[in-house]
Design a protein around this ligand. Sequence first.
Ligand code: ADP
Ligand code: MG
Length: 260
Amino acid sequence: MSAPDPLDAALRRLHLPAVRQQYPELAAQAVAENWSYPEYLERLAQAELVRRQERRIAQATRRAGFPFLKTLEEFDFTFQASLQRKALGPYLGPELVSGGRSLILWGPPGLGKTALAIALAYKAIQEGASARFVTCTELIGELVQARAKGEWERALAGYLTPEVLVVDEVGYLSYGPYAANVLFPVVDKRYLHGQRPLLLTTNKEPAQWGAVLHDADLSVAILDRLLHRGEILKLTGRSYRQHRPGQASPLEKEREEVKA
Ligand code: ADP
Ligand code: MG
């Protein structure tokens, strides 16, 4: 058995895995390329910073609970032509969180609303924010139950702490009578506490949310807060799920037949 390397042991104790892994190779490079001592040290420090950043992103992504991961780079803006990448400008990068910009992505199924909301939240994570993904049905279900069990504050906090909250599929299922009563505090408190952004997807025109959430007044109040600094982006076009490159989709054919 070889004697333990004191440098290796020290770096392990200091929790510097990237330095531990990369110093021999970088030392050889430093000699070959005549780096100064500070230069060598800086390269090692940078390597450790990169590792920490990657770990933070991976951890925040796991915590966000996305049903799948989609990045903006993977999102095909030529297919989703109703949406220009530049329309998303205010929602990319630090402005999403610092500007408290909420966004409602509205449109029929398959247009990439969920994928886009995930991509925006993931971008925010890359910029250093925390995020959480939830469907509207799950959010309402959890909060209604928590209220009945006296666990309201704790459950509500779970929706206030993340810097970016994605609420997916507002209006897909009919909710119980308390829907607006539990959704409103989430939107209102996020708005009051430093304008924390919400990304919502919906297949129902926001003006009809009153019927979906069983309360027209609260629904107006919810939209009022969301739209103070946010906006509604309407997506149109055909479903990506039916998309076969170079071919009209079955849905499209159907529509053409109906029109004919
Ligand atoms: P919606 O939420 O509007 O019903 P989704 O976001 O679930 O639609 O999209 C359906 C599937 O198609 C997902 O797997 C998504 O990643 C993919 N998708 C949709 N639009 C695009 C797009 N423009 N570019 C790349 N993938 C897309
Ligand atoms: Mg969806």
